[in-house]
Structures are given as C-alpha cells and as structure tokens.
Write a protein that binds this ligand. Structure first.
Ligand code: AHR
Length: 825
C-alpha cells in the first residue's frame, strides 16, 4: 500500500475478447459559430472588410456603410466618397460606394482590412469589383496592395473597362512583399463618378485552393482534428436576435452579391461569404459530415425587447418549405430545383446530408413545441433519411431540459442536443451520468461543451468527460467542443479551442485533448476493470466556512446587520473584521459597509467565519446604483470554493444559486426572473443545512436546492477497439496530482508486444491563448505492460493490431476480428 492508502499499483484490465458496446461512428466532431470573428476576418479568407458597404448601426453603434474605408486624394487628386442605394447591384445588397474624382490624377478609396491586410511575397491575389460608370471618363481603375503608410506599392493591376451598367471587373495581383499590415486601394484613372460594390481582395492560396474559400492555416487546424462532423452556423447565431435575424440558409447560397447580409448576434456583421455552399464544401474537403442547425421557426428567447417569438402561422408553410429545400439542395439530383442551385455553384454531386439540427437552446414553450413539431413532421414525411436533432434548452438540468427530453420522447425525435459549459470538477463528478441513460430513448448530442478555462485542469477534465462519452458511445452519438475559433482583440467568449490573429494560429491544450481523442477513436467500447483506482483525498468533515458579501458588475450597494447563527440554537454572531478581495469598501452607519467602486464585481470576505455545515447567514442590503445586484457567498472554505446566491445577476434580470469550484461557477438552481430595485432595503437570509440551501428574500423562500456532490472520477479509463486495424486503444485521464503506477492487463492481446503511447502532461494552472500551448502531446513506445501515468495527464496507449475481439464468452456465436467485425458493432 502507498501512504495514501491505495494499492501501490493500479491495474487496468481490458477484455479485448468481448464484442464490446458499439460506439457511434460520428462521436467526436466540431462546432463552428461566427463568434469572436470566426468567419469574416477569420476562417473566411476575404481580406477586404465591409466589401459591400453594408455595415451599419444594426451591426455596431459606431459602424456605417463606409466603415473600414477612407477616401484617397493623393498627388493632387481630389474627389469625394459617398454611399447610395439608388438602383443597386442587387436588392439583397442595397448599398454601394459612389466615388467621384474631379481631377485626372484620380481619387480613390482604401480599405484597412480586418486589423490590417496580411500579404505574402510571391502569392497571388484575386481582385474584383462590381462597377458602373455614372458619368465622366473614369472607365478604368488601378487596384493596389500597398504599405500601411501608402509609400510602397507591393503589387498592382488595372481593372476595367467600366461601363454604364453594373459589371464585374477582375484581375490578379502578385504581391512582392510580405507584410502583415498592408492596405488595399482602388483609384480611378480619369475624372467622373463610378459606383462600386463587392470590392474583393482574395488570396488564391486558400484551403485546397477553393475560390471564395477558407484561410488555409486555420482550416488546416480544424481539418487536423479529423472531426467526424461539423456543426454550422451555431449556436445562438442560428436562431438569432429577433425573427428578422434568424439565419436563413437559402439566403447564403448563390452569387455573393445576391446573398442577404445581416447583423451578427454577437454584435458585428455577417457578409455571408462563408455561407452554406462554402460550409458544405469544407465538410467534404475534410471528410466531416455536415450538421447544419436551422432555427425551429422561433428566435432566441433572450432577444432584446421581444424574447422568444414564433414565426406567424401564415409564414410557416414557406418556412417549412425552406427547411425541406435545404435537404433537396444538399441531397437532390442536379436536375431538381434546389439541386440545380447546388450544381450551378459547382457541385453537381449530392453532398449526402444525414443530420439536421432544428433549434438551438430554445425554451421549451408551447410556441416552440408547435413550430418544431410542424417542421419535424414535414421532415419525417418527406425525408426519412434525415436524422433530426432536437434541443434540451441551454442547460444540463432544469425545466427546459426535462421538458426537452419528454417532448423528444413524445415526438420520437431521435437525437437531442445538450449544452454543458461546466467547471472541471462538474465534468469529473458527472462522468457516470450517461451510464444510466435509457438505451432505447433519444440519443444525445452534446452539441456544446467545455470546461471554462484553457488550462491543464480543464483540459484533463474534458479528456475524462470524453472518456465517459466514449464508454457510452451507444447513446452519446455526437459531441462537439464549443466555441471553436477566437481572434485576438475580438474574443467575446472564453475559453475557445483555437486562437488566432491575421498570421498565427494557436491550438490550445483543450485542442490537443480533442485531437488525441479524435485520432484514437474506435467502434466498440471494451469492458474495463480498474482496481486500485486513485481517489480524491477526503475533505475534513466539518470545516469552518467562509462568508462573503459582494456586488455584481458595476454596482454599488450598502450592507448592514450581517449575522450568523447555528441552525439549531439561538447564539447569533455579528461580524466586524471583513477583508476586501475587490472593490472599494468603507464603513457605513453603526455596523454597515458600503461598496463604492465601479468596474467588475466587488467582494468582502470573512474567512473561517462559521462552523460548517449548518447555519443561517443574514444580511440587509440596498443597491445604491449600478447595473446588477448583490452576491452572497457561503457553504465553502474560500472565495474560490463555495456556493453563492446571485441576486440581480445577468444584467439585473435574474436570481439564482451557484456553486464555485476552483473559482469557476456552475449553476445549482434555475435562473428565476427577478432584479434588484435601487434604493430598496432587502432582508436576505440563507439557511445552509449540509448540502441543502434555502434562500429567503424579505422572508419569502426564493430558492430551495441541494448542492448535490458525487465523487469526482479523477482517474478515468476507457478502452476501445478499432475494427479497421484491430488496434486496442486504452485512454487514461489522470486528474490527480500524483503519478500513478499502472499495470495493463489486456486480456486476449499480447501485451508484451507493447503500446504506441501519446501523453499530454500539463500543470493544472498552466494556460495559454495567444501563444503556444504550455504542453503538447509526446509520443513514444511503451514496452511491456507497466507504466507510470504522470500527474495531470491524458495518456493514449495503442496496440498495433492484435485484437481478439469477438472470441470471448460474451461474443457467443458471432466471433470475428478485424475489419469484418465492424459491421457487427
Ligand atoms: O458557444 C457560444 C454560445 O453558447 C452559443 O451561441 C450558444 O448556443 C451557447 O449559449
């Protein structure tokens, strides 16, 4: 025995003779959403920002049709630059630039790109513009890639002739210089007025050389993950901010200038240059199945001003036809109506769509159920080949989640989409949650998940959670980490899988975990027995608990009469010696404190304040001004590990209970709509009774929830068989701080033949975003069957062939090995 009381050696026994449990062939995929500048300025390779002059207030309060553009009046040139919507290039693209040059040395316009225009010496760039000569002699233009200061020309080409009606002019520029921060300019040759639209500078060196394609290095990073599927276009972007902002797939195919652009729910613009065609093409290029998500004819329930709204009844037939048209566009023959649109774009062969998500995180209201049912029924009637994916709302528990499951069962929806943005601890505590799923019921798509940090602790917890999915790959059918991409200086959501700027791509630790899992998937989960499993050390029985009071973001408040008493008994204790963790706190009245700072949340802590685990904690609180409300902390031993009651959180919209583990919050209760009124005193009381927490506001019970905990699986193991190769693959996520000596017993395989080993070892707090990950997977060979699994690590051990799968007792009469047995799984 070791000093920690567990056996010196952990034995991992894998029965490679068993047929095992089949694993979904599509288990690990990727999730793309245009968030954090993932599309325009990111994966979509266009270098000109606002190329169609469609930016506006709806995208961003400071934006207008000429954002990212400037008038050029060089070398004595003079002119002006305006915007018009008269007789546009296409009604879907109403704005265009009007450039007037009053001098023969022509005036021009110049684009700053997305944080500059990165160009490389020797590369070729397609330049194109739709132009119309309104008057004068300016029937030619010069297109130029130049330095930021305009002093150096890196490459140029003439465009024209320009006629009196809209015409596309195109040329190719070969760039002579590498510059991450170049500019693109167009100047007239002659005097007069030209109309310009869809001004494009596009590298020819896109991923797989596709015209109107994707940035090669970013696309390659996604391709390297070998995702089995790729979800698109989101996320919340799919159902949109209000009905008018729903993502309509049919408006994103066809010629670029006919695509309807719109504002992005994440507060910028969607050019739709990366539309459904480019998405399906990318899927095909990387061998991933497309998994599009269409709105369930309702917009996001968090839409400002409206909340969730359903499309009016009279619009439903057309909307349902639009969803059915997507299937025809993807799968129909080239001579079908929509198949012809696909063929005209360059893809006569069908794409082979199998999955279709309907809805994203929608509240399970009657409106949603009605709209979803109509779409689902139509798909069922016309396209039995499509597997429809429903939604369970935004969380892993609660009313929408429960209603979502019930509704899916009632309507026989084959797969439902659950989202789990959780702390590492939550993931480790919940690795067993799929074991008890109804094997006959709807299957699960864990459509968005991640453990809230780009550090080692999160990465290893995700590895363990994926092990849990793999062990249950018969019911967990699909899973995708989210979000995928985030650009430097435009990151709106943390964490993400891949960070980038205009010239770099930085895969994270979390990416390496996805990569290791994806490259080592199998088609059957084999029985594994682990003896001597490392456990988390047991916590002391009744520690003293820390209390805290605080304010939400940019909020000022006063607190008084803070006290605590044992649940049984009357000895009330009042406090004085608080410590400010953040904010500016000053005494107030007889025994109160006042928080006066702006900025992020503020908190005052009283360490070791009360004997756990049962007590009441009371305080009077009044918000004096600000955006949110109060936060009370309890039931824990430090600010980073406790429970908390948030009142007036989420922009003063909700009250709810959370638990905090290693500084990361997980919701314990549902969010109840309720804000905090400025100037009003509230009597707040929390009763902590072991794991049960009850919160009272002015004597009224607001929350009554349990902080249910289970033992985290800190040493998670799976074993799978890859029938195609006969390889047996063992995965081990060790989330403990200790090295673990392991003896492998692969029953039925010659273990002495050794294993190809890949190990990712990461200090739990090591983190990175815009830079190289602090660790990368290391490959070596394990000879024999004994190894030491490093602390905080994810290890993959792979035999080269040798599976005897199907020869054990469990296999009964069907005992075959190798690729032939794949059909059985
Ligand atoms: O991934 C970011 C967002 O998280 C998605 O848009 C939404 O579905 C979820 O809430």
């Amino acid at each position: 025995m070791s000093t920690s009381g567990r056996p010196v050696e952990t034995v991992v026994e894998v029965d490679t003779r068993s047929l095992g449990t089949p694993i979904s062939p599509d288990l690990f995929g990727a999730f793309f959403e245009d968030l954090n500048y993932a599309a325009d300025g990111g994966l979509y390779a266009e270098l000109v920002q606002n190329r169609s002059f469609e930016y506006g207030l709806a995208d961003h309060p400071d934006w207008h049709a000429l954002t990212a553009w400037e008038l050029l009046e060089r070398n004595g040139a003079a002119g002006w630059l305006t915007v018009s919507t008269d007789d546009p290039l296409h009604p879907a693209n109403p704005h265009y630039a009007v450039l007037t040059s009053t001098t023969f040395a022509g005036a021009g316009l110049r684009n700053e790109g997305f944080d500059g225009i990165p160009v490389r010496a020797g590369e070729t760039y397609d330049v194109s513009v739709f132009a119309r000569l309104a008057d004068g002699t300016a029937d030619r233009m010069m297109a130029r890639i130049e330095s930021r200061d305009g002093e150096h020309v890196y490459g140029q080409a003439r465009l024209g002739p320009i006629h009196g009606s809209w015409k596309r002019c195109a040329a190719v520029i070969t760039c002579a210089v590498t510059d991450p921060d170049a500019r693109f300019a167009l100047t007239t040759l002659g005097t007069g007025t030209v109309h310009l639209d869809l001004v494009s500078l596009f590298p020819q060196a896109t991923f797989k050389g596709r015209p109107n394609g994707l940035r090669a290095d970013l696309a390659q990073a996604i391709a390297d993950l070998k995702p089995k599927f790729l979800r698109f276009p989101g996320g919340c972007l799919a159902h949109g901010q209000g009905l008018g902002n729903m993502y309509r797939w049919s408006e994103t195919v066809g010629p670029l200038h006919e695509r309807r652009q719109q504002s992005n729910i994440w507060h910028y613009h969607q050019s739709m240059g990366l539309g459904y065609y480019e998405y399906f093409q990318f899927c095909e290029d990387i061998g991933a199945k497309p998994l599009p998500v269409v709105p369930a004819a309702v917009c996001c329930q968090n839409s400002e001003g409206t909340g969730q709204v359903g499309l009016p009844d009279e619009e439903m037939p057309a909307y349902i036809a639009e969803v059915l048209a997507l299937v025809e566009w993807a799968n129909g023959p080239a001579d079908s109506h929509w198949g012809a649109v696909r063929a005209a774009a360059g893809h006569p062969e069908p794409f082979g769509l199998e999955y279709l998500g309907v809805g994203n995180e929608d509240a399970l209201t009657d409106t949603f159920r009605d709209r979803f049912s109509r779409i689902h029924d139509a798909l069922h009637e016309h396209h039995l080949e499509i597997t429809v994916i429903g939604t369970l709302g935004p969380s892993t528990f609660g009313e929408d989640w429960e209603k979502g499951w019930a509704f899916a069962r009632e309507r026989s929806v084959p797969v439902v989409d659950e989202h789990a943005y959780k702390s590492p601890r939550w993931l480790l505590e919940n690795t067993r949650r799929f074991d008890t799923m109804d094997r006959e019921g709807p299957h699960l798509y864990i459509g968005e998940y991640g453990s809230r940090r780009n550090n080692g602790r999160s990465a290893i917890a995700e590895a363990a959670y994926m092990i849990a999915m793999e062990r249950n790959g018969d019911v967990v059918r699909l899973a995708s980490y989210a979000p995928l991409l985030a650009k430097r200086d435009h990151t709106q959501w943390l964490p993400d899988l891949i960070y980038f700027d205009n010239t770099h791509v930085w895969p994270t630790l979390n990416y390496h975990v996805q990569h290791m899992h994806s490259l080592n998937s199998g088609d059957a989960a084999l029985p594994v027995t682990v003896t001597g499993t490392p456990q988390e050390p047991t916590a002391p029985e009744s520690p003293r608990h820390t209390l805290h009071i605080g304010t939400g973001a940019d909020t000022r408040a006063e607190f008084t009469d803070v006290s605590s008493s044992p649940l049984s008994g009357s000895a009330t204790r009042e406090f004085g010696n608080w410590q400010a963790e953040s904010g500016i706190w000053e005494p107030f009245g007889q025994s109160g404190v006042r928080q006066t700072a702006s900025g992020t949340g503020a908190e005052l802590v009283l360490p070791d304040a009360v004997d756990g685990p049962s007590y009441t904690f009371s305080v009077r609180a009044r918000k004096t001004d600000g955006a949110e409300g109060f936060v009370l902390g309890f039931a824990g031993t430090s600010p980073g590990n406790r429970c908390q009651w948030t009142l007036g959180g989420w922009g003063n919209r909700s009250t709810w209970l959370q638990r905090v583990d290693d500084g990361i919050l997980d919701d314990l209760s549902e969010r109840v709509p309720a804000g905090v009124e400025t100037g009003r005193w509230y009597d707040l009381r929390v009763e902590v009774d072991g794991r049960r927490i009850r919160c009272f506001r002015d004597g009224e019970l607001v929350h009554d929830d349990e902080d249910v905990r289970s033992d985290p699986e800190v040493f998670a193991v799976s074993a799978v068989c890859d029938s195609a190769t006969g390889d047996v693959i063992v995965k081990i996520a060790n989330a403990t701080p200790d090295p673990v000596p392991v003896r492998l017993r692969p029953v039925g395989v010659d273990g002495d033949a050794g294993f190809a080993r890949t190990t990712l070892t990461v200090p739990p707090d090591a983190t990175s975003r815009f830079g190289p990950a602090p660790a990368v997977p290391v490959e070596d060979r394990l000879t024999g069957t004994v190894c030491e699994v490093p602390p905080h690590s994810f290890t993959v051990l792979r035999t080269r062939g040798g599976s005897t799968r199907g020869t054990g007792e469990e296999a009964g009469h069907s005992m075959r090995v190798g690729s032939e047995s794949a059909e059985q799984g």
